[in-house]
Design a protein around this ligand. Structure first.
Ligand SMILES: [Zn+2]
Length: 675
């Protein structure tokens, strides 16, 4: 399909990072740096982008949304400190070494010292570019420019467009493809143990693309496009069969990033190259609406679907949309835990057998990172509350929950084994995939709070923030302690003199109609759960819209046989706090992402109910904290339940065995286990 060229302009998150909240570091120096940054951004603005499928709504640029104090801003600040603690020269160690240059910093440990070396540098480029776009902090701009200049130097030495830190074995595998040498050896390696070279190169290419678009680094454009040309050269001569054989090994989001480069440059060569990475063995069943995901490696597949979503947007090919929508429905409805994550030991499984999949290796965090990305695409095509509800669920209960509040470290698996605890990465000796995506996660919390249509603002998430909608002259502040409180206040700081609709999400889980007050007076707006409620008017400075979202404790049953439920309150999954977890050299921080797989869980209570539903026996504790206790259940002591994201080091339980009195008496045991 011949692409239609759209008018220039931002499509997703690219663009200038200016506006309220920009931080300066020393007046004169910072101002010079500020001007330099703006110039760099202007130089780097793409001249045209291919966009064939119209969006129903559009996201704001990261720089248009500033987080205000709350758990998300605090998570972003912790991550910022970690990003600044990373030494670019250490991350560049192998990039320089394999290019024949003396490294300037010591090699980091963990996955950075193995066959996947260099993947972190790509993630890091994306993370600091997003951080820069979101905050305008010149310290990140300096790092972006430095890293890209180092990469450009190494790329020149290779001479064929390649850039990366692949060890010789992995690079030889990549170059061998051009000669038709394609020998998969399992889903993650080629013959000889060569580890996912395309996966790693995707991170590098994507990081360079983000350094160009979000980081305003013009040099990154050249380096990225040379690398994309290299990818084209390696794969151009391969037959369809050879390509499909190559794609049996995990290859990250190659389709996504190459389509994005096509969209940014209008060069059809990148679209052609992207299409060589469409893995039909996975995509064809999805197009035919067949769920054949069981047994597949989850995080290998999700980026392929994001590629389909991006292809639909760039070319208008409806198959991409069909695949993306079917996949999203299937994964969210049939392959996800209550926290929004999926997979056990990184693989999809039969939902009827979910009870056998509550262990320490559940819910790889990368999967949720990618599912959120996919959801962002789907929401712009059709702003359904269902998409937002999933996004919110996964954002709070998996992404926010994945960060360690002491050091800002990252989970790999989000254990759902009853009575276990979380394991986090170390600052310098882990560098797992989930550390890379984790670095990105906490820089983009502003991405999905608001969207806009032609004459409507969508208030999608209830996160304290300030929005500047420059095209419409609207500045809005959102204040809330949600979900501890059940209200949010939208205050108009400036507004255009024309009617504008605020469409406020009424979550599908709301325990009653969402209520609206304008400047203290109740509005007659239907706030049915699962809809966007609209308030349209000519807004004036100082207008305040108060939104009240009824919340109640509710249960969600685990898929499969009855008898296991999780508790939720509003967007929060409530986990039972089972007391302090162990502390040792490898707990909770470990270079090994599987440390807690061998740990002993503590016994977990079975909840024995009377005639009442379980949720009626969960009572909120007095005080400001979002904390609940069980009450009236047949046990000798109560359980404290807290939001899953607030339990960082203690042991916990998410899914509870529940029984009626009658079921319990049939067991012939006098006391529930663990009491
Ligand atoms: Zn991962």
């Amino acid at each position: 399909m011949v692409p239609r060229m759209a008018t220039p302009g931002p499509r997703r998150e690219e663009g200038l990072a200016v506006g309220a909240g920009r931080r300066f570091h020393g007046p004169a120096k910072a101002m010079r740096s500020h001007v330099a940054c703006l110039l760099a951004l202007l130089i780097a603005q793409p001249c045209a982008r291919a966009q064939a499928a119209p969006d129903a709504v559009r996201p704001f640029r990261l720089g248009d949304v500033r987080l205000l104090d709350g758990p998300f801003r605090r998570a972003m600040e912790r991550n910022e400190a970690y990003l600044l603690s990373i030494e670019p020269d250490r991350l560049l160690h192998n990039t320089r070494l394999y290019a024949g240059l003396e490294p300037k910093g010591e090699l980091y440990g963990g996955w950075e010292s193995g066959g996947i070396a260099g993947h972190t540098l790509g993630h890091y480029l994306t993370a600091i570019s997003q951080q820069y776009a979101a905050t305008g902090d010149a310290r990140f701009k300096a790092r972006i420019d430095y890293i890209v200049s180092e990469m450009a130097q190494c790329q020149r030495l290779y001479g064929d467009g390649y850039i990366g830190a692949l060890p010789p074995r992995e690079l030889a595998t990549l170059r061998g493809f051009a000669k038709g040498v394609i020998q998969p050896w399992g889903p993650h390696t080629f013959l000889g143990g060569s580890w996912v070279p395309w996966y790693t190169e995707h991170k590098v290419l994507n990081g360079l693309k983000d350094a160009w678009i979000l980081g305003g680094c013009a040099q990154a454009r050249d380096v990225a496009l040379r690398l994309a040309d290299f990818v084209d050269t390696l794969t151009a001569g391969l037959s369809d069969d050879q390509l499909q054989t190559m794609l049996e090994v995990e290859h990250g989001g190659m389709v996504d990033v190459l389509v994005e480069l096509y969209a940014l440059t209008g060069n059809p060569r990148y679209l052609e190259t992207a299409r060589r990475f469409r893995h039909r063995a996975v995509l064809d069943p999805l197009l035919a609406r067949r769920d054949e995901l069981n047994g597949l490696h989850s995080n290998t597949q999700i980026p392929k679907i994001i590629g389909e979503a991006r292809s639909y947007e760039a070319t208008g090919d409806p198959q991409g949309r069909q695949i993306a929508e079917y996949f999203w429905d299937t994964v969210v409805r049939h392959h996800s835990y209550v926290i929004g994550g999926n997979s056990d030991d990184e693989h999809f499984f039969d939902e009827e057998a979910t009870q056998a999949h509550l262990d320490a290796a559940t819910a790889e965090t990368c999967n949720t990172y990618n599912m959120l990305k996919l959801t962002e695409h789907l929401f712009t095509w059709e702003p359904r509350v269902e998409y937002s509800d999933y996004y919110e669920r996964a954002l709070y209960n998996d992404i926010l929950a994945s960060q360690d509040p002491e050091l800002g470290m990252f989970t790999y698996f989000m254990s759902l084994e009853p009575g276990l605890f979380k394991t986090y990465s170390t600052p310098t000796e882990s560098f797992w995939c989930c550390v890379g995506t984790g670095m990105e996660n906490h820089t983009k919390y502003g991405a999905a709070i608001y969207y806009h249509g032609a004459d409507a603002l969508y208030v999608n998430l209830f996160i304290p923030s300030k929005l500047t909608w420059r095209d419409r002259g609207l500045v809005l502040r959102q204040d809330t302690d949600y979900p501890r409180g059940n209200t949010t206040r939208l205050t108009v700081l400036s507004s255009p003199p024309a009617p504008l609709a605020f469409r406020v999400r009424c979550p599908g889980w709301a325990a009653g109609p969402v209520l609206f007050e304008l400047n203290g007076a109740r509005l007659d707006v239907p706030g049915s759960a699962g809809t966007f409620a609209e308030v349209r008017r000519v807004w004036k400075k100082g207008d305040q819209l108060k939104v009240t979202i009824p919340m109640a404790v509710r249960t969600e049953a685990l898929a499969g046989p009855p008898g296991k439920v999780a508790f939720l309150y509003g967007p929060a999954v409530l986990a039972g706090d089972l007391g302090p977890g162990p502390r040792s050299d490898s707990v909770p921080y470990s270079p090994d992402n599987r440390t807690n797989l061998s740990a002993e869980p503590v016994p977990v209570p079975i909840l024995v109910l009377g005639d009442q539903p379980a949720e009626s026996s969960i009572v909120r504790s007095p005080g400001e904290a979002l904390q609940f206790v069980t009450s009236g259940l047949d046990h000798p002591r109560d359980i404290t339940l807290r939001p899953f994201w607030e339990i960082s080091y203690n042991r916990y339980n998410v899914y509870w065995n529940v029984m009626t009195d009658a079921q319990w008496s049939l067991r012939g045991i006098s006391k529930p286990l663990g009491w």
